[in-house]
Design a protein around this ligand. Sequence first.
Ligand SMILES: *Cc1c(COP(=O)(O)O)cnc(C)c1O
Length: 410
Amino acid sequence: MIQKTENSFQIGGIDVKDLCNKYDTPIYVYDTAVMKTQYEKLSNAFGNRKPKIKFACKALNNINVLKYFRQLGSGLDCVSIQEVWLGLKAGFQPHEIMYTPNCVSMEEIDLAVKEGVQINIDNTSILEQFGTKYGSKIQVCVRINPHVMAGGNLNISTGHIDSKFGISIYQMRHVERIVKTTGLVVNGLHMHTGSDILDVEVFLRGAEILFEQTEFFKDLQFIDFGSGFKVPYKPEDYYTDINELGQKLGARFIEFCKSYGRELDLWFEPGKFLVSEAGTFLVKVNVLKQTTAAVFVGVDSGLNHLIRPMLYNSYHHITNVSNSNGVPRIYTVVGYICETDTFAWDRKISEVKEGDILAFHNAGSYGFTMSSNYNSRFRPAEVLVHEGKDFLIRKRESMEDILRNQMEVL
Ligand SMILES: *Cc1c(COP(=O)(O)O)cnc(C)c1O
């Protein structure tokens, strides 16, 4: 998180200009103090009944970040076998890892079974194959689609009727048949209905639907309520009230456990909530280009480094670190990629000059992990600010990285 002091901007106590001089731009900078604050906020929201938190690795997968969350006591949520391997490399125990793939092959699931992680299955075809193969030997979690429309954006909502995720609540009879026939032991139920869910009621509605499905599942050890908490993107923006969630869902969960007849664990698997605000993406202004229509600010980055604005129309607040007290002017901030890669239309930013440093806020989640080499550009460096010191945690790429794995045959 970038903070303004009297005459500079800092991340975790370190001057942003110093970071840019030392590591050059563009760079992603992450602040562990913010990760810790967020982790503890969620962890403490449920009173003394602490939820189990599984950090969603796809949001930010640098191994140092994974290790840091492990130190905080977190588990890991993985959506691919590669993320599972990364998590194991970071030191997570297999039982601390939840593997929630979508539309992967049975072969990939076999690999995850071999690693001993918790498997979460999201379709009846694989559930049947899994049951036939492993029977009661390997316990599984079942991902349910409660058909709760969450968040305003269909691209990041996963619980609606047209979604490819989860097993529909209307298919529970079929699940029951598969479980009975194969002897599968279902140890968890899971839902994840999307991202940017502001309303606590959406979680509660989803929870009720999940509770209703538990009647048939007698071996449950946990219920995973997924994630999708909304974080603030602008000054004074709305965000999910985690304490309200903790109070309401916590109380309801205690009630539910009583009627179920056993104490279950309550799980969450947040990505964005834990790391979005912890990250800042710093770029330099290459050119100011006045056209007939707008004043474009062209920066030394593009959709190859931060694709969320182009992919989801996401808002990233932009601060001119080099001139914070200037007169606000209206700009359209664009990248250097040969493709329309607009970060922000008609944005008021303190007067910009060529060479200025701009900071994109909320860049910790789905920033670097969605980056690419498009236009044969290098992916940026990543820097971690931890306990008042800065560490390079990923080198900027070079031509070697661009050519790696290419076979010259001509
Ligand atoms: C992406 C994802 C998450 C994390 O979502 P956020 O919006 O970043 O909190 C959690 N669980 C699953 C299964 C996911 O695919």
